[in-house]
Design a protein around this ligand. Structure first.
Ligand code: FAD
Ligand code: NDP
Length: 327
């Protein structure tokens, strides 16, 4: 396929709009690569800007000693991408063909139109919150059950009533603490006898008198009156004993699924769907395709590490384009 002025081959296309995608864009733009970034339209169920748009304060991103709200921080990332000349489209990439060059990318809703063409691709599509598919979950989804306490916790149905959070990681701790602002009490339900969360987050929930941790416990069934959730049946993993907790809110904080559906079969993925990269780099199994942020990182999963790997991806892409005389 030859390049035309109507559908030129882009040097670098970035898919994803969290800290990884925008940092890659800032570096690529400053390297005069005129990056084009697809920020997604509720891709993977998350707004453009990524996971931090679902949180309140970010307290551990360097440069913000007083903390900064997640959505505000992502607005700043986006503004910096635009300032250096990144072209941003509020569209989701639904399919790619990485078997030919230039690479081809199709936009959701416009699959019958000409695909976007790119010499190099940076995948920074992040990850999405997991659900449990409990009996009753479908009936009470968004009628008491949610996977984002920060987004939904302030709703009237969660005020002054008992609530439950599932999980034992940083998200579960953060969400349980956050929900004590609204609920009368928060049960934190964890399947093991120790939390996975960082020490500071653990300390916060353990000190909070309005949080009760139910150890070695798993949720079994969501109950309600058809219009909204009113109870959760849970089971002890040690004794098998069941009890019904009267809760009007159930929040999942059980981790994330990498947003790699458009790339399945196109490049090597780990069994759990994360993109494989060569250790210490952002190089994937396909030359000219780079992966950054949570989509390739199941270990650190932090804004600052995502941003760091976004920088690496842009530098890796620039180096590859130059070595292949494509810039
Ligand atoms: P993401 O932030 O996941 O963003 C990727 C985005 O790209 C998607 O959300 C979507 O909008 C877009 N996208 C996806 N697929 C496509 C597609 N096919 N086409 C186009 N666009 C697409 N980390 C910290 O360091 N500090 C914190 O305080 C902190 N708090 C957190 C609180 C919560 C509730 C959560 C869930 C996470 C928190 N994290 C925190 C982790 C942090 O948010 C992530 O590590 C970071 O956002 C990952 O960035 P990313 O760029 O890899 O992807
Ligand atoms: P994690 O993967 O760290 O934790 C998921 C939790 O859910 C674990 O405790 C896990 O249990 C439990 N879980 C998973 N699947 C199930 C299941 N099917 N049934 C019951 N329980 C289940 O995810 P998080 O979202 O908490 O954190 C993701 C990343 O984001 C981390 O790197 C974290 O540090 C970061 N983050 C940072 C924050 C901060 O710094 N302020 C705030 C929020 C997140 P088990 O432990 O037994 O595996």
């Amino acid at each position: 396929m030859t390049s035309s002025s109507k559908n030129p081959v882009r040097s670098v296309v970035i898919v994803g709009s969290g800290p990884a995608g925008h940092t890659a864009a800032i570096y690529a733009a400053r390297a005069n690569l005129s990056p084009v970034l697809y920020e997604g339209f509720m891709a993977g169920g998350v707004a453009a800007g990524g996971q931090l748009t679902t949180t309140t304060d970010v307290e551990n991103f360097p440069g913000f000693p007083e903390g900064v709200s997640g959505p505000a921080m992502m607005d700043l990332f986006r503004a910096q991408s635009v300032r250096f000349g990144t072209t941003i489209h509020t569209e989701t990439i639904s399919r790619v063909d990485l078997s030919q060059r230039p690479f081809l990318l199709w936009r959701e809703g416009y699959e019958s139109e000409e695909p976007v063409r790119a010499h190099s691709l940076i995948i920074a599509t992040g990850a999405t919150a997991k659900r449990m598919n409990l009996p009753g979950e479908e009936t009470y989804w968004q009628k008491g059950i949610s996977a984002c306490a920060v987004c939904d916790g302030a709703l009237p149905i969660f005020r002054n009533v008992p609530l439950a959070v599932i999980g034992g990681g940083d998200s579960a701790c953060e969400e349980a603490s956050f929900l004590t602002k609204y609920g009368s009490k928060v049960y934190m339900i964890h399947r093991r006898d120790e939390l996975r969360a960082s020490s500071i987050m653990q300390e916060r929930v353990k000190k909070n008198e309005r949080i009760e941790i139910l150890w070695n416990t798993i949720p079994k069934t969501a109950h309600g009156d058809d219009s909204k959730l009113n109870a959760l049946e849970v089971e002890s993993t040690t004794t098998g004993e069941r009890q019904k907790l009267e809760v009007s809110g159930l929040f999942y904080a059980i981790g994330h699924k990498p947003n790699t559906d458009p790339f399945v079969g196109q490049l090597e993925l780990h069994d759990d769907g994360y993109i494989k990269v060569q250790p210490g780099t952002t190089l994937t199994s396909v030359e000219g395709v780079f992966a950054a942020g949570d989509v390739q990182d199941k270990r650190y999963r932090q804004a600052v590490t995502a941003a760091g790997s976004g920088c690496m991806a842009a530098l890796d892409a620039e180096h590859w384009l130059s070595a292949n005389a494509l810039i």
